[in-house]
Design a protein around this ligand. Structure first.
Ligand SMILES: [Zn+2]
Length: 459
């Protein structure tokens, strides 16, 4: 669609590339300046922050209180800096999205996220912010060495959510252009169908949720998938060692891990030296913290991540909490010379692969995306799938009136059958809030079974 947007993204990409050659000192000066501008704008235009920061408005960043998604949603109308933006109207707009590049109030792009606490969040970006979102996603391709970026005709396949209110679908709708022939596949489609379409399209770049990249590598190794991508990107989920190994075995090249989320867009990404992921510190300040919100030392996994999105203006996000557990690298510098610090592990997007009895006997591993696919279609504020010894329990909070649990159970049955799993006994419970675990996390998909219990289970 919009050539104008693509030109702006290209211009920004040029500026972002120059930052690869900055010194650490230049980067820090830039961060300081951007943070000051963000705080000035926020204090001037967001009534919520005025109250939230009462008495601490002048503190350094690490002295400011942590912002949660629950707070963002609860105080939405006062948090946004455009007084004409109202949550009720944004929700109504969201319901009308049909996969195009639709704008709210003629100006904003909107996306929603369930995120790792299961509570739905709504986020919006003005045209300038959106260009930065697009450029930030493009940076991952750029750092990997996909020379084409947005201009040369590189065949790309993105296997992710095509649900119209997901940010990945919004990004796809914005950059759709004849320059980048892109095949977008919904990760919820049956695997055979995905394989068939990939065989037909023969992408040079494959970008997928990490668990999907893994499944596709296994399909290639099994001889059903026949593609030869030059670049494979895995995002949005933990990219396990095994998944990486299989990708390398399947296509003879190392995969690139991308750490991104709806709210900040790109957070970190690998360069072609694969020595960890460089944080996008010029766009987002990422604090890796323990349970007391104190920074963790290099080499240690944090409990969560606090992001300050330096380019956020419509919805300022300062020390916004994300329940990902990441590890700052022990050796913070990469020989590529980029000034951006490294993280070398993500262990928690806090989701588990569940093992269920298989129709053909034995057990089968059901990937998180299978449940996402079902739950994405449920009009609930929050959800959690928990596996117990006898049954699966699906918790739902804030369910829209008129939704029947039977619909959910039906689609779960269909999906699990397509995976080759036997339908377990499923209990749906409506709850006020999704409970958090002792560490404060509320994983979307979890198993309460210990390893031994799993072994004991009869298929
Ligand atoms: Zn590097």
């Amino acid at each position: 669609m919009s050539t104008q947007i693509i030109l702006k993204v290209l211009a920004l990409r040029h500026r972002l590339r120059q930052r690869d050659r900055w010194t650490r000192r230049q980067l820090e000066a830039h961060q300081t300046r951007e943070l000051r501008l963000l705080r000035e704008h926020t204090y001037a235009h967001s009534p919520f922050y005025g109250r939230f920061y009462k008495g601490v408005a002048d503190s350094p960043l690490d002295g400011l209180p942590v912002l949660t998604k629950e707070m963002v949603m609860e105080h939405f109308d006062e948090l946004v800096t455009d007084p004409t933006v109202r949550l009720a109207d944004v929700e109504a707009h969201l319901a009308t999205l049909s996969g195009g590049d639709e704008l709210f109030n003629g100006r904003y792009r909107v996306a929603s996220t369930a995120g790792s606490t299961g509570r739905q969040g709504l986020f919006l970006w003005d045209p300038g912010e959106w260009v930065t979102v697009l450029a930030s996603y493009n940076r991952s391709f750029d750092w990997a060495g996909v020379g084409a970026g947005l201009t040369r005709r590189t065949r790309m396949t993105v296997v992710s959510s095509t649900t119209p209110w997901h940010q990945s679908a919004r990004v796809g709708a914005s950059v759709h252009s004849p320059w980048v022939p892109t095949l977008r596949i919904d990760s919820g489609d049956p695997l055979e169908n995905i394989v068939e379409r990939l065989n037909g399209f023969q992408p040079k770049v494959l970008a997928a949720y990490a668990s999907m990249a893994h499944l596709l590598a296994e399909e290639q190794l099994a001889g059903r998938l026949h593609i030869s991508p030059s670049f494979v990107f895995g995002s949005s989920e933990v990219f396990t060692e095994q998944a990486r190994r299989h990708v390398e075995e399947a296509w003879g090249r190392k995969s690139f891990e991308v750490y991104a989320a709806t709210e900040p867009a790109g957070i970190a990404s690998e360069c072609d030296l694969h020595s960890g992921m460089h944080l996008f510190e010029d766009l987002v300040i990422t604090e890796v913290v323990d349970e007391d919100n104190m920074p963790v030392p290099p080499g240690i996994y944090g409990e969560e991540v606090l992001v300050t999105v330096l380019f956020s203006r419509t919805m300022p996000l300062i020390r916004y909490e994300m329940s990902d557990s990441v590890r700052p690298a022990s050796s913070p510098r990469c020989s590529c010379g980029r000034p951006f610090a490294l993280i070398d592990g993500i262990q928690g997007r806090a989701e588990e692969v569940l093992r269920l009895p298989a129709a053909s006997g034995g057990q089968i591993a059901v990937q998180p995306i299978v449940f996402h696919r079902v739950m994405d279609a449920v009009p609930a504020g929050g959800w959690q799938v928990a596996q117990g010894p006898e049954e699966l329990t699906v918790l739902l909070s804030g369910v829209r009136e008129g939704f029947a649990d039977a619909t959910l159970i039906d689609s779960l049955r269909r999906e699990l059958k397509a995976q080759g799993a036997l339908m377990p006994s499923v209990k749906v419970r409506r709850v006020q809030t999704i409970p958090r675990a002792a560490v404060g996390k509320a994983p979307l998909i979890k198993s309460d079974l210990t390893g031994r219990e799993m072994l004991r289970r009869k298929p």
